[in-house]
Write a protein that binds this ligand. Structure first.
Ligand code: SAH
Ligand code: CA
Length: 213
């Protein structure tokens, strides 16, 4: 889905940081070996995540939805030297591939993988996160959000990905489409929730930044 014309998208990407070689290889291997490669964060959004993480410079990052590890590696670029990125995925088949790339990046020791349902795992994490990236099952976004909010502090930033859902949020709603229905409620709630300040950015498929008050 292109919200902008392909030529403007190309121009934007060509005037942003280059994609690191390791992430190019990860993208290639993901397309060759893993189902649903369109879920992977791409060059431009990856550089946005990297830049946000470097500006925030978090000690602790939480990611919900690792997939093959692309976004985790981008976010980890901004970690403090003694910081940690915790990333959760329900699909254990992806663990080995994630680990290979995490270790190749030189940040492997700072990246902690958790396997299972994020809703079971988050309550057991005894860490206050400075930055959270929500990118797993769309129908569970409100549940992830409530769970992670308990693990943040004033000033923490929560990023929510794919909130425009290929533009479906402004199209007539199909009553069977639970993902769109949930995202509509989620986006409305984030805007109204007095616990956070929120801006929705039109980056790729929509990326919301919420800052905890
Ligand atoms: N952040 C990745 C893409 C994530 S795709 C990137 O940008 O490259 C979504 C991932 O969420 C999938 O790998 C899927 O296995 C995982 N997922 C789905 N439901 C989940 C759940 N309940 N708990 C943890 N992970 C889940
Ligand atoms: Ca995503």
């Amino acid at each position: 889905m292109h919200f902008l014309s392909p030529s403007i998208e190309d121009y934007i990407r060509d005037h942003s940081e280059e994609e690191p070689q390791l992430l190019r290889e990860l993208t290639r291997e993901t397309h060759l070996k893993v189902i649903q490669p369109r879920m992977i964060t791409g060059h431009y959004q990856g550089r946005v995540l990297s830049m946000l993480a470097k500006i925030i410079n978090p000690k602790y990052i939480l990611e919900i939805g690792t997939y093959t590890g692309y976004s985790a590696l981008c976010l980890a670029e901004g970690l403090q030297p003694a910081g940690e990125l915790h990333t959760i995925d329900i699909n254990e088949e992806l663990n080995d591939m994630q680990r290979r790339y995490f270790d190749s990046s030189g940040l492997g020791k700072q990246i902690i993988q958790h396997t299972g349902n994020a809703l079971d795992i988050i309550p057991h994490l005894e860490t206050v996160f400075d930055l959270v990236f929500i990118d797993a099952e769309k129908t569970d976004y409100p549940n992830y959000y409530e769970a992670v909010l308990k693990k943040t502090r004033p000033g923490s930033v929560i990023l929510s990905d794919n909130v425009l859902w290929s533009g479906k949020v402004v199209e007539p709603l199909n009553s069977k489409d639970r993902a769109t229905k949930t995202l509509l409620e989620y986006n409305k709630n984030l805007q109204e929730d007095p616990r956070v300040e929120t801006v929705l950015l039109p980056i790729r498929d929509g990326l919301t930044l919420s800052r905890v008050r």
